[in-house]
Design a protein around this ligand. Structure first.
Ligand code: SAM
Length: 317
C-alpha cells in the first residue's frame, strides 16, 4: 500500500485530461455568485517540479503537458522553449487550440510566469487558483509524505480557513462535507487505484454521496487498463446516475496501445505504461460536452503515440 507518488506522473496525458475537465467544470460552476465547496478526495502533494528528480525519472510529462505545449515538435523542456522539431505537425495540429485546451494551458502558464513549465500544479492548486474568496476547498491526502508536502505547499498560500487539509481517508470521510451550507459543491475523486479495492470504494463513496447530496457535481478519474474492475467502473457509475435520475458525461482519452511487446533482437519485454484514462461526471455542467467535443480530437492529434490513439465522449443527453 502507498507506493504511488503522483510526482512521478504529474503532467502526464491523464493529468491533461483530468485537469482540462476540472478547469472547464469549475469555470462554469464559478459563474454563479453563491459559494462553492470543492472536495478533493485524493489531493496528492499539490505542486510538482517537472525538472525535479521524480518527474525527470519517469519523463511522463514529456508525453503529456510538455508535448501539448510543443505543438507537434519535440517535447518542450521543463526549463524553457521547445527543442527543434522532430515530428512534422499535422494540419490539424496547426488549427487554433480548442478553448478548453487553451484555458488549461493558460492556467498552467499562470504557475510559470517566467516561461517554461518547471512547475506543474496538481488539482489542489488548480482549484485554489480559480476559487473566489468566499469559496471553500477541502483536501484529503493519506500518504504521510505527500500530506506533509501538501500542508507545507498550502501554508504558503496563507489562505486561512478557505482551505482545509485533512490527513484522512478520502473514501471514508469526505462525505461529511456533503451537502455544504451553500448546497453547491464539486467533488473530485482521483484515487491512485493502487489496490483493486479502490474501484469498489469509488462506487460505495458515490452511492453514499448521491444519497446525501444528489445535486452535487461529481468527477471521477479512472485508468483504462486491462483489468475487469477498470472496465466495470464507468458502466456502474452510469447505472448509478441513471437510477438516481441524474445526468452524466463520460470522456476517455487513449494515447497508445495497451499491448505488452517484445523486442525481437534483445527479447526484452516492453510494458507500455498507462495507455488511456477516463473521466466520469455526474451532474456535469451543460457547457462541458461541447468544450470536450472540440478539445478531445486535438488531444488525440497532439498526444497520440500510435494508431490506437482515440477518444470517446458520451452523455445521457
Ligand atoms: N488529484 C491529484 C491531482 O490531480 O493533482 C492527484 C492525486 S493522486 C492520483 C492520488 C493520491 O491519493 C495520492 O497522493 C495518494 O497518496 C492518495 N491516496 C491514496 N489513498 C487515499 C485515501 N484513501 N484517502 C486519501 N488519499 C489517498
Amino acid at each position: 500500500m502507498f507506493s504511488y507518488r503522483h510526482a512521478f506522473h504529474a503532467g502526464n496525458h491523464a493529468d491533461v485530461l483530468k485537469h482540462t475537465v476540472l478547469i472547464a467544470t469549475l469555470d462554469h460552476l464559478l459563474e454563479k455568485e453563491a459559494a462553492l465547496t470543492v472536495v478533493d478526495t485524493h489531493a496528492g502533494a499539490g505542486l510538482y517540479r517537472l525538472d525535479g528528480d521524480y518527474a525527470g525519472t519517469s519523463g511522463e510529462a514529456a508525453e503529456g503537458v510538455l508535448r501539448l505545449l510543443s505543438d507537434g515538435k519535440a517535447p518542450a523542456s521543463p526549463a524553457g522553449p521547445a527543442k527543434p522539431a522532430i515530428k512534422k505537425a499535422a494540419p490539424e495540429a496547426e488549427a487554433p487550440l480548442a478553448d478548453a485546451i487553451a484555458r488549461y494551458l493558460s492556467v498552467i502558464g499562470d504557475f510559470n510566469p517566467k516561461g517554461g513549465t518547471r512547475v506543474y500544479p496538481g488539482s489542489p492548486f488548480i482549484v485554489q487558483h480559480l476559487l473566489r474568496d468566499h469559496d471553500k476547498l477541502k483536501l484529503f491526502e493519506l500518504h504521510p509524505t505527500d500530506a506533509r508536502t501538501l500542508d507545507a505547499n498550502i501554508a504558503q498560500l496563507e489562505a486561512g480557513r478557505q482551505i482545509a487539509v485533512l490527513r484522512e481517508d478520502g473514501f471514508g470521510s469526505a462525505t461529511k462535507f456533503l451537502p455544504p451550507p451553500s448546497r453547491r459543491a464539486l467533488v473530485l475523486m482521483d484515487p491512485s487505484y493502487e489496490m483493486k479495492t479502490d474501484y469498489g470504494r469509488v462506487l460505495d463513496f458515490m452511492a453514499e454521496a448521491l444519497k446525501r447530496f444528489a445535486t452535487g457535481t461529481y468527477a471521477v478519474w479512472y485508468p483504462i487498463i486491462p483489468r475487469p474492475e477498470a472496465h466495470d467502473l464507468p458502466r456502474r457509475l452510469k447505472t448509478m446516475a441513471t437510477k438516481a435520475g441524474k445526468s452524466w458525461l463520460h470522456a476517455t482519452l487513449t494515447v497508445k496501445s495497451s499491448k505488452i511487446t517484445k523486442d525481437a533482437a534483445s527479447g526484452a519485454t516492453h510494458r507500455p505504461g498507462l495507455p488511456a484514462s477516463g473521466m466520469f461526471l455526474i451532474n456535469p455542467p451543460y457547457t462541458l460536452k461541447p468544450l470536450l467535443a472540440a478539445a478531445l480530437p486535438q488531444l488525440v492529434q497532439r498526444l497520440g503515440q500510435d494508431r490506437n490513439a482515440a477518444f470517446s465522449l458520451d452523455s445521457d443527453g
